[in-house]
Design a protein around this ligand. Structure first.
Ligand code: SF4
Length: 275
């Protein structure tokens, strides 16, 4: 079990925390956990489960507060990460652990721990990436903004901010697949569907879609997909030769409109681009 805490985690929305916890298994944990706080309670209060039942909510809240990790909690290991030092991160290989900052060089297999080298070599051959080169500028064919993990309402809002006033690049197929029917309905109430439509994206029904190559939503040949989904294993998006680059929803939006892996911070800061 991994417990996540600290100011960066506490500042995340509930969907952000869920994304973080979803990926815990890739680090070897069976579950991820964030202690309940006001963000949690506000989110739960808004769910249908407690509608019109303040008394039940108050009872449950008391229980949730009782299961917070205490000041005296002990851990097998504690890892401290400076969130300010992490730039937008993308994958270069074929597991979610094959990651690098978007402007940083893809690692050479020989610089990795011996146990990881053979897999890295195969992954780089499959992806067609060059060690020493950054992922920024790598061309993409498909931009998939979806999955239960990274297509919740805050994700779609953040991506729509990047897309607004821009269009999917020539030759790129852009898909938006909300993480659930509830998210889809909420996004449509806010008009986010129109933003994506206007930007040249397909606005689709909620579902797994290209997260795992569902139905016709599959990569063809060795197409490259900028994906906000959560796994990039070989064949995951329906084509044995397909290539998946995982990234945040905002980064998928940036890749969609530029046609290549792009540091979204540069795009958002470009004043001459019409917004
Ligand atoms: S396949 Fe479906 S349920 Fe599984 S992670 Fe992807 S979107 Fe979620």
């Amino acid at each position: 079990m991994y417990e996540y805490g600290g100011p960066a985690v506490e500042s995340l929305s509930m969907p952000g925390r869920m994304t973080l916890c979803n990926m815990s298994i890739e680090g070897g944990a069976r579950a991820g956990y964030v202690n309940p706080d006001e963000t949690t309670y506000d989110w739960l209060r808004d769910t249908d489960a407690f509608e019109d039942d303040a008394e039940q909510f108050a009872e449950r809240r008391q229980y949730w507060e009782s299961i917070r990790s205490g000041e005296d909690a002990t851990y097998d290991d504690v890892v401290t990460i400076d969130a300010d030092a992490i730039e937008p991160t993308v994958t270069w290989g074929t597991t979610p652990g094959h990651t690098v900052g978007v402007s940083e060089p893809v690692p050479a297999p020989e610089d990795l721990p011996p146990a990881d080298r053979a897999v890295a070599e195969r992954a780089q051959e499959h992806m067609g990436v060059e060690p020493g080169e950054p992922m920024a500028g790598f061309p993409v064919d498909v931009a998939f903004l979806g999955s239960c993990t990274n297509a919740r309402l805050p994700d779609l809002r953040a991506a729509a901010e990047i897309v607004e006033g821009r269009e999917v690049a020539d030759g790129v197929r852009g898909l938006v697949v909300p993480g659930s029917q509830r998210v889809k309905a909420a996004a449509e109430r806010e008009g986010l569907d129109a933003v994506f439509h206007d930007g040249g994206f397909e606005w689709r029904d909620a579902g797994c879609s290209m997260c795992l190559g569902m139905n016709d939503d599959q990569l063809e040949g060795d197409e490259v997909c900028a994906a906000s989904s959560n796994r990039n294993f070989v064949g995951r998006q329906g084509s044995a030769d397909g290539r998946t680059i995982l990234m945040s929803p905002e980064m998928v939006a940036a890749a969609a409109v530029t046609g290549e892996v792009t540091d979204v911070r540069n795009l958002a800061a470009t004043p001459e681009v019409a917004r």
